[in-house]
Design a protein around this ligand. Structure first.
Ligand SMILES: NC(=O)c1ccc[n+]([C@@H]2O[C@H](COP(=O)([O-])OP(=O)(O)OC[C@H]3O[C@@H](n4cnc5c(N)ncnc54)[C@H](OP(=O)(O)O)[C@@H]3O)[C@@H](O)[C@H]2O)c1
Length: 432
């Protein structure tokens, strides 16, 4: 065999890394596969852009058909990003009998189950290791190494941008706008940070992981989501005093026949492993009935880490093509587990509020919480503002139901003595 031809769609951060390593490690990859893996064409938007890694201009095309209609190309690597037109190109590649490797979390979260089913119909594979956690092997372990387990929970830090921001807010005592600006200037956050700071990116990744872990179909719309925009320097200060760190956690839990899936800022004990995951690093803690707790930790993004995941999939496919092994694509499970409504979850809460600084107010608040079956674990009075005659209080609750907490907040909001509800943050007291 002269070699296996691949079509690369995208030559940006990830595509550039893939092209570079396919060229630089050509001999090693050929050795692993049995024959060379050659890039035949590269789809880009602009032909004359200056690039981090340039390929011969003969390889560049702006027409996706050049790749999709080329019978010699057996693997399409989609590293363009975005939903459109990436999803359509993946669909067309599958229809024309090409295997697909993609790093696209948005497409896989929104359309993964359908694309996997289409791939099975067409006897090709769609592999997506790079779509979650960059270079950290996650999809492979869920598809293979953890298969014998009943997974009970995933607690994950899977967005490096927000973890960088939260780490800085904690260490510098700074508020979000300041840290976000710094993250943007360093290239850790995009000019439009919405997908990261609103938890959308983390929700895409959790949809992919929880579908695999719980053998069901979870879409981004199923995931309860809160971003990091309401967090202030005060929350970090109080969290620290209480023995907690604040992380944007993606959580999936088996919940007697249904599953909980949520992304939100979370108090985690300062001495837990997840609290120690700093900066742009990612960590995914998985709990299975056989394996116990396992932790996947590493760089969740970046050109070379993500290239590592993309090329692992390419080599896997190329080895099978070279050996003439029939592909046995796995389709998603044919059933869907119910998703627990966020109203039904039970957790502990941190509640920060500003109240009138006069006697009897704490009693009124405790009464309202008690009426909703929420018991207080501790209450601390923080800063008092003498001019405004208000004081900030921080309440930690025992485990309570979300619906009850929301009801209580509605009542508290209407209480004359409550100046402002500052923040409500859920607590995960899981131990390592
Ligand atoms: N960056 C990371 O660290 C990372 C980590 C994990 C996963 N991912 C995923 O990997 C994918 C690629 O990310 P990236 O950071 O490499 O993106 P990027 O740097 O923006 O590169 C995108 C590439 O795709 C090309 N492209 C985009 N839309 C196109 C279109 N409509 N037609 C033709 N070409 C088009 C662009 O062409 P031009 O160069 O001509 O503009 C560019 O080369 C995304 O799905 C992302 O979520 C990225």
């Amino acid at each position: 065999m002269e070699g296996i031809s691949v079509g690369l769609m995208g030559l940006g951060v990830v595509g550039g890394g893939v092209a570079r390593v396919l060229a630089d490690s050509r001999a090693a990859i050929a050795h692993q596969v049995g024959c060379p893996v050659n890039i035949k064409l590269v789809l880009v938007r602009s032909l004359d852009k200056a690039r981090e890694y340039a390929v011969s201009s003969d390889l560049l095309t702006q027409d996706a058909n050049d790749i999709l209609l080329d019978d010699d190309i057996s693997i399409v690597i989609e590293v363009m990003g975005g939903e459109t037109p990436a999803e359509e190109y993946i669909r067309r590649a599958i229809r024309s009998g090409k295997h697909v490797v993609t790093a696209n979390k948005e497409v896989m979260a929104k359309h993964g189950p359908e694309l996997l089913a289409k791939a099975k119909e067409n006897n090709v594979e769609i592999l997506y290791e790079a779509s979650v956690g960059g270079g950290i092997p996650l999809i492979g372990p869920f598809k293979q190494g953890l298969l014998a387990n009943n997974i009970s929970a995933i607690h994950a830090i899977i967005n490096g941008t927000t973890n960088y921001i939260l780490t800085k807010m904690a260490s510098e005592g700074a508020d979000l706008p300041v840290v976000l600006k710094e993250a943007q200037s360093l290239g850790y956050a995009e000019a439009d940070p919405t997908n990261d700071v609103e938890g959308i990116d983390a929700a895409y990744k959790l949809a992919i992981l929880s579908s695999l872990a719980f053998h069901t179909t979870v879409g981004p719309q199923d995931i309860y989501r809160e971003g990091i925009t309401k967090l202030t320097a005060k929350d970090f200060r109080y969290a620290n005093e209480l023995g907690y760190s604040i992380k944007l956690l993606a959580i999936a839990k088996a919940d007697s026949g249904s599953i909980q899936v949520r992304v939100h800022p979370t108090f985690v004990p300062t001495d837990s492993i997840l609290a120690k995951v700093d900066g742009v690093f990612n960590a995914v803690q998985v709990e299975g009935d056989l394996v116990g707790k396992v932790l996947f930790y590493g760089r969740g993004a970046g050109s070379l880490p993500t290239t590592s995941a993309v090329l692992a999939d390419v080599i896997d496919l190329a080895q099978n093509i070279y050996r003439g092994i029939d592909h046995q694509p796995t389709a998603p499970m044919g059933f869907t587990k119910p998703i627990t409504s966020v109203d039904e979850i039970r957790t502990r809460y941190y509640l920060r509020m500003s109240v009138a600084d006069r006697p009897g107010v704490l009693g009124q608040i405790a009464q309202i919480l008690g009426d909703s079956q929420i018991s207080i674990a501790s209450v601390i009075q923080k800063e008092a503002d003498e001019t405004a005659q208000s004081a900030e209080i921080v309440i930690m609750t025992h485990t309570a139901q979300e619906k009850a907490m929301r009801n209580a907040l509605r009542v508290l909001n209407n209480l004359a003595a409550v100046v402002e509800i500052g923040n409500l943050i859920r607590v995960e007291d899981q131990h390592d």
